[in-house]
Design a protein around this ligand. Sequence first.
Ligand code: UGA
Length: 427
Amino acid sequence: MRITIIGSGYVGTTIAACFAELGHEVTAIDIDEAVVETLNDGRAPITEPGLDELLEKHIGNHLTATTSYDAVPESDVTFLAIGTPSNENGSIELTGLEAAAEATGDALADKSDRHLVIIKSTVTPPSIGAVLEPVVSKGANGNDAIEVGMNPEFLREGSAVSDFLNPDKLVFGTRSAWATDRLHDVFEPLIGTESSVVETDPETAAMIKYANNAFFASKISLVNDLGNICKEFGLDAYEVMDAIGLDDRISDRFLRSGVGWGGSCFPKDVNAIIAAARKEGYDPAVLEAAVAVNDRQPRRMLELLTSHVALEDARIAVLGLSFKPDTDDIRNSRAIPVVQSLLDQGVELAAYDPVAADEMAALFPTIEYADSAGDALFESDGALILTDWDEFSDLESEFDAMATPVVIDGRRCINRRDGIIYEGLTW
Ligand code: UGA
């Protein structure tokens, strides 16, 4: 099929490369010339395993990048993959997506064949009928050959390509059998015995995405809440969670307690669905509590630190800055509130992350960024572990070079426990 994808960010670039890999003719459209140039050089504007290889393989034949919308009417389906960032009150900002939707409609104004416009971006259910469909239609001068649908994306950073190519579910939110059939054509190579196809309306499809992320975020917050109780009782939360994970109604996934969830998705999506629910007059108590517990975890880490170290004149090592390992993404990383709080208290910091130091330096330019975990730990009075990078599990003698070997582990990734003062957040 001929597919156009508006937006070459995280999701847009990944799906463009993957659709080309599935045998479709793909045009990636982005307003940013630098991004388009990078793509046409066969490189991804983001770091993601396997993505550069796919781009290199398909760019110039099955995949083209451009700033022009000319390919839109020539294609069968257009995917809108524009970011929907958070407003101050947690609601999603639709301006960028609206502009792309209107430009897409405009490009389709004279098309007589039916055309499907699929929202890939994460949007709240009411915004489809109230905002996005009218905006596409306005751009298209009311051309009723155009239909809008929703196909949420469930890939994770760090495994985006393999998640996309091996989905556990595909959600097709449409208003007609014709549109559902088109989505079957697009995803045909991925529809096998392993993946389920959910056929529904666009609003339900949008809600499935929020429910998915809200469920995971709440699951982790519940595990953190229970984990904090375990710690109060002197118990190991991981032993408890390993046991409850044997119940397949709970599953053993996403039971890792610690300093909490970050990233570009869970915080944004949970806050957006809370804001959208409140707008309807409903207070989602469990989701509000999930956010509250998540906000509390970094504070508990600092409380554990101050129970062993007087912060005045202290030098503290902060190990791990990205929101999870294998990415340089620091968006909503748990390291941010921790660093901010220590800086507010005038503490000297030595931070280390294998890849995310530059990103963090843009936010906190005044702190020291060490070249290795050992350098950050050297002569420090305490260490906070905020990301479970593999290399941290190998740290051993580096702790002996600390002025006082106090280690507060927020991710349960430090193996050495003997000869140091070691505190796990929930164990
Ligand atoms: C998440 C979802 O897992 C994807 O399914 C979804 O498509 C994506 O958001 C999105 O909406 O785009 P991602 O943000 O890439 O993916 O990262 P995850 O691997 O889910 O981790 C999120 C956060 O939860 C990280 O900070 C991680 O450290 C934390 N986490 C995860 C825990 O604290 N404990 C766990 O057991 C698992």
